[in-house]
Each structure stands twice: as structure tokens, then as C-alpha cells.
Design a protein around this ligand. Structure first.
Ligand code: GLY
Ligand code: MN
Ligand code: MN
Length: 446
């Protein structure tokens, strides 16, 4: 269930088809990054580079050179090195880059400064991810200057520099059937992880223990890394949107908010569930949960081709504002409260974001100043929330410190949408039923 070699080839062809005449595109691999002294962070390939090459190693650069006689797809990578490979593992080498990854031509990365100016020479336009990485920006300019230094001997340096992101990120926004299949599996694994956390949860369990349950489920299914740092926030910690300390004990009577999704074969899932630590919602928790649940349903109702990107957000704002008025957390007339953004102290983020190789995936949300229209193949999250700050003195005490978010991942289809993350209980009755089993089967180690 990986992306096939042919699909990478199709992507490269499609991108070259969109490029202006007589141009070249250059995409670097992600650098390795130090975590401490001589240990690195786990290596994560750059999403743009991975999307076009499928090549997993660092110290590599892809050049797409439409119409080049000796091959349009050129990969620079590390050479085979028996001694280094004993320490750090296998390298494909330039031979492997051609044989296994579909490059037409490949060279050692150590030779790039000699070879790349030759590929640029005579091309009018250079596409690259401008401003993403200062070192790479400088390297591109060095290659261009190498050619400029030779103009008196007839060399013609490129004169136009274009941001590759415009073309490439629009391609990445529309997921293929193969990508959706991987994302569906990432969603299923992540759903099972949330179920496992619900099953494990009891008063006294630590937030990091729920994180550990989740991580174990991810890794047991081949998704070794989360797509982002898992958020496990009990009680008022749920009101800190990016709470990743995960260090507190979970208390009877509190809710716990878990926002966690795995990365599988380079693609992210992103799920949030909020449930009671001891398995039963209090009346206040139940009331706010139902508003968030209703807001998510209202957002879902807008998801179909032709509606604009902001439609689900607007639907969720209306549902949340109405709910907060009905419960007495806001006072006034709904339209006026929406106009004044009175909901913002409780709902301060947007309904969601594109989802793909990156959890906050690439792709424009507006085109020509207007909200983009939804189209089949787009994948996004739908994640309304209500967070009542613990120190919000505008509302009755009983509401304070409650934070709730519900987040699912959906694909826009020709008629509406399908969810990739349906497997986790979400309705109050389903959550309470699942957690009732916990009380019946307390493991001996708790
Ligand atoms: N987990 C990050 C987000 O929900 O956007
Ligand atoms: Mn999330
Ligand atoms: Mn999200």
C-alpha cells in the first residue's frame, strides 16, 4: 500500500507538462537535523521531494529538465559506500536511483556543483521552492552565478525564477486513488488508537499513558511516527490548543481531549476525540459536547463540490453561536453575535485545513482573493471546538475549564464527501457504551 513507481512517474510528467517552455525544476531532499550532539531527529523526507521522487534518503536533489536529451529526470544522491553503509544502512546510489526510483540519469551528490550549472545553462526559467531554505536558495544562486561567470564565452544564464510551490502544491491538493487508500488506512489505524485510549482511560491514569497507548497502536501497524505531537489534555488542559506536555494525572469528573493521528507511508491522519475520564458525561459536558457535535454535522452538510472552502466554517460558527446562546454562555441575537465574532473567546480556530503528506497540508485556500471552491479529491479535516477558559468570568462557574473538540478527516467526492475516520465512537451514547466496558474489565495492573 505504498505509492507505486508509476505514480511518481505520472506526477513528474504532469508537473513538467505544467511548466513554462524551456524551464527546469529543482527540488532538494530534507536535511538531517541534530537532536543533541551526535544524535539526529528521526529522518523525515521533505514532502515535495518525496511526492515527486519517492526517494527516501537525505543528501539528494531532484532536477526535472523537460526535453533533455539524456533524460528529463535527474537525481543527485549519495554514492554507495560499503563502509558508511555498515554504520548507517543501505544507500541506493546513482545506479539504484535509476533502477529502483525511475530516474533517467543519476549522479553522485558530491558532483552536483560541477553538473547542475550545465543543466541550468540555456534554460530560461528555474522553478524551485523559493525561500523555504536559505542554504538551498544560496546554492541555487551559486549555480546560476557559475553560468553568469561564463557569459563572455557564450553561456546563457536563466533570467526568470519561479516559485515551484504554485504548481506543485496545487497538484498535491488533489489526492489520487492510491493516496486516498493510504490515507484511509492511516485513518483506520488512528481510529483504533483512539479506541484503545478510551478503553485504557480511568481516573488516575496519566496523560502520557494515554499517549503511550496511542503510540503503541500506531507503531504496531507500521506507522512508527505520529503525524504531529499527540495532544492529550485532561480537564482544563484541553483549553490549551497545542498542549503537548501530556504530564498530568486524569481526574474523575473531567473530560480528556486527545488529538492524535499517525503518519503512514508519508501521509497524515488527524483525529480528535473528547471523552469523560470515568466514562460518563456531566450535564454541562454533555450540553457543550452536543453543541460541538451539532456544529460538526452542520459543517458536514456543506461539504460538496461547488460549495466554497469557508462554507463549513460558517456553518460551524452559526451552530456554535446558537448553542452558546441556548445554554446562556452568550447573550444576544445570533446574527449580531456572529457579526461581532462573539464566539471567538470559545471557538478561536477555523473549521479545518487541507490534509495530506503534511498534517496542515499545502494548497491555497483562496484564489484571486475568493474562497476556493471544493472539488473531488480534496482531503480536509472538520474540527469544531468549544473551549471555556478556566478564568472566563463572563460565564457561570460550572462551564469553566471545559474544552471539547471533535475532528474527522474527509475526502470530497463528486456527490459530497466520505469520512476516513468513522471508526472511532463520537456520539455520546457510543462513547459511554464503549467506556462502560472499562468499568467491567479493570486490568489487574491498575
Ligand atoms: N493536530 C493539529 C490540528 O488539528 O490541526
Ligand atoms: Mn488535530
Ligand atoms: Mn487538524
Amino acid at each position: 500500500m505504498r505509492i507505486a513507481k508509476q505514480e511518481y512517474a505520472r506526477r513528474r510528467k504532469a508537473l513538467m507538462g505544467l511548466m513554462e517552455p524551456n524551464s527546469i525544476a529543482i527540488v532538494p531532499a530534507a536535511p538531517e537535523r541534530t537532536r543533541s550532539r551526535d544524535t539526529d531527529y528521526p529522518y523525515r523526507q521533505d514532502s515535495d521531494f518525496m511526492y515527486l521522487s519517492g526517494f527516501p534518503e537525505p543528501e539528494a536533489v531532484l532536477a526535472l529538465v523537460p526535453g533533455r536529451e539524456h533524460g528529463e529526470v535527474v537525481l543527485f544522491c549519495r554514492e554507495r559506500n560499503p563502509e558508511r553503509e555498515i554504520w548507517d544502512g543501505h544507500r541506493a546510489g546513482p545506479e539504484g536511483a535509476c533502477a529502483l526510483y525511475g530516474a533517467d540519469d543519476a549522479f553522485p551528490i558530491d558532483d552536483i556543483d560541477e553538473i547542475l550549472p550545465g543543466l541550468l545553462e540555456g534554460r530560461e526559467r528555474v522553478y524551485y521552492g523559493m525561500g523555504k531554505d536559505r542554504d538551498f536558495d544560496a546554492q541555487v544562486m551559486d549555480w546560476v552565478n557559475t553560468i553568469r561567470a561564463k557569459v563572455r564565452s557564450g553561456a546563457t544564464p536563466p533570467g526568470e525564477f519561479l516559485d515551484l510551490s504554485h504548481l506543485l502544491h496545487d497538484m498535491r491538493l488533489f489526492k489520487s486513488a492510491a493516496e486516498i487508500k493510504v490515507m484511509r488506512t492511516a485513518g483506520e489505524i488512528s481510529a483504533q488508537a483512539h479506541i484503545r485510549a478510551m478503553r485504557y482511560c480511568r481516573p488516575g491514569v496519566m496523560e502520557y499513558q494515554l499517549e503511550a497507548e496511542i503510540q503503541h497502536e500506531f507503531a504496531m501497524h507500521g506507522a512508527r511516527h505520529p503525524a504531529y505531537s499527540s495532544i492529550v489534555g485532561g480537564g482544563k488542559n484541553a483549553c490549551i490548543l497545542h498542549y503537548i506536555e501530556n504530564s498530568a494525572p486524569l481526574k474523575d469528573g473531567d473530560l480528556v481531549l486527545i488529538d492524535a493521528g499517525c503518519e503512514l507511508n508519508g501521509y497524515a491522519a488527524d483525529i480528535t476525540r473528547t471523552f469523560p475520564v470515568s466514562g460518563r458525561f456531566s450535564p454541562e459536558q454533555r450540553a457543550l459536547y452536543e453543541v460541538v457535535y451539532g456544529a460538526q454535522q452542520a459543517a458536514f452538510d456543506t461539504l460538496k463540490p461547488g460549495n466554497h472552502w469557508n462554507a463549513p466554517h460558517e456553518a460551524s460558527v452559526r451552530a456554535i453561536t446558537e448553542g452558546l446562546v441556548a445554554l446562556g454562555l452568550l447573550e444576544g441575537e445570533v446574527d449580531a453575535l456572529i457579526e461581532a465574532e462573539a464566539y471567538r473567546p470559545f471557538y478561536m480556530h477555523r473549521i479545518g485545513h487541507w490534509l495530506g503528506m503534511d498534517v496542515h497540508d499545502v494548497g491555497d485556500y483562496k484564489i484571486g482573493g475568493q474562497w476556493r471552491v471544493l472539488e473531488p479529491g480534496m482531503v480536509m479535516t472538520v474540527e469544531p471546538g468549544i473551549y471555556v477558559a478556566p478564568d472566563n468570568e463572563q460565564v457561570a462557574k460550572k462551564w469553566r475549564g471545559i474544552g471539547i473538540r471533535i475532528e474527522d478527516d474527509v475526502v470530497i467526492t463528486s456527490t459530497g464527501f466520505t469520512s476516513l475516520t468513522d471508526d472511532v465512537p463520537k456520539h455520546i451514547d457510543e462513547i459511554e457504551a464503549l467506556m462502560a466496558e472499562n468499568r467491567e474489565h479493570t486490568p489487574s495492573y491498575l
